[in-house]
Design a protein around this ligand. Structure first.
Ligand SMILES: Cc1cc2nc3c(=O)[nH]c(=O)nc-3n(C[C@H](O)[C@H](O)[C@H](O)COP(=O)(O)OP(=O)(O)OC[C@H]3O[C@@H](n4cnc5c(N)ncnc54)[C@H](O)[C@@H]3O)c2cc1C
Ligand code: FES
Length: 257
């Protein structure tokens, strides 16, 4: 159930260029699952009015803390980067369906493919897959080295490959460059990132089950407006889906890419 809470900032740090790691404490954490997101009111005034949707990257139910990783680029996220330990943030969540962890058989292998600010939700997903005895392969794509993060954390969970467009870290190219080289054997793929990447993955693995998480522009975040609507493929029973309330994760083949 979606709830509203003023959560306390227990940690905020810049972990790469304009990339922030923000940990919050509060009761909402008990409801969170991987692939869901929160809708954050970045300041205490009316401006900016709209909340910002940010994925849940790490959940710690024992301490009641969760972590988000976000890029400070526009007005809202830049304001959020100024908030300090001890401040409170107004958080709505957890929102959305999340990744189906049980779609991968126990003892199987999951391929996790992320691009840029689509990488964070894959971290908690990988933790939970590993906890079920599932082997994870991570392929993580970024523009350039100085915006990469969490190499140690992902590597501790499984085989991890970085790829950058300019070749400053890992393989030079796109996530598909690494997938061509690796030709990985896996049971299910999970992905979050820009649309061209999601489109490429669907085309690469037509025979495999796969789940895609979308980062569509949002307004209300709770299914009440139509800001996040996406067309579906003609195979699907509805003409459109709302990414916030029907997603953000969809089985491959549902959203028209
Ligand atoms: C489900 C979901 C999960 C996300 N998870 C993350 C994450 O973990 N880390 C991260 O860095 N970013 C994430 N994003 C993208 C993030 O929400 C936008 O980068 C952010 O809202 C931009 O706000 P701003 O203040 O920087 O930009 P502004 O330009 O000031 O934003 C103006 C408006 O546009 C909306 N907007 C702008 N870009 C986006 C976008 N790409 N997606 C959605 N709304 C947008 C804002 O919410 C706001 O309403 C996620 C988006 C969605 C939908
Ligand atoms: S953001 Fe309003 S319906 Fe999805």
């Amino acid at each position: 159930m979606i709830k509203n809470e003023r959560m306390t900032i227990v940690h905020q740090a810049e972990i790469a260029h304009n990339i922030y790691e923000l940990t919050l404490k509060g009761e909402l954490v008990q409801e969170m699952t991987p692939g869901q997101f929160v809708h954050v009111k970045v300041g205490d005034s009316f401006e900016p009015l709209l909340r910002r949707p940010i994925s849940i990257a790490n959940i710690n139910k024992e301490t009641n803390e969760f972590t988000m990783i976000y890029r400070a680029e526009g007005r809202g996220t830049s304001l959020m980067a100024l908030r300090q330990t001890g401040n409170e943030l107004d958080v709505l969540g957890p929102i959305g369906n999340g990744f189906p962890v049980d779609a991968c058989p126990e003892g199987g292998t999951a391929l996790l493919v992320g691009g840029g600010i689509g990488v964070p939700p894959l971290y908690e997903l990988s933790k939970q897959l590993n906890a079920r005895g599932i082997r994870t392969i991570h392929v993580l794509g970024f523009q350039t080295e100085n915006v990469t993060f969490y190499e140690e954390q992902f590597s501790a969970l499984g085989e991890t490959h970085y790829v950058t467009v300019d070749g400053t870290k890992g393989t030079k190219g796109f996530v598909t460059t690494v997938l061509d080289e690796l030709n990985p054997d896996f049971d299910v793929f999970y992905s979050c990132g820009p649309l061209p990447m999601l489109r490429a993955l669907e085309a690469y693995y037509p025979e495999k089950p796969g789940y895609l998480s979308f980062e569509e522009r949002m307004a209300c975040g709770i299914g009440a407006c139509f800001a996040c609507v996406c067309d579906t493929t003609d195979k699907h029973e509805k003409d459109y889906v709302k990414v916030c309330s029907d997603g953000p994760v969809f089985p491959k083949g549902v959203v028209a890419l």
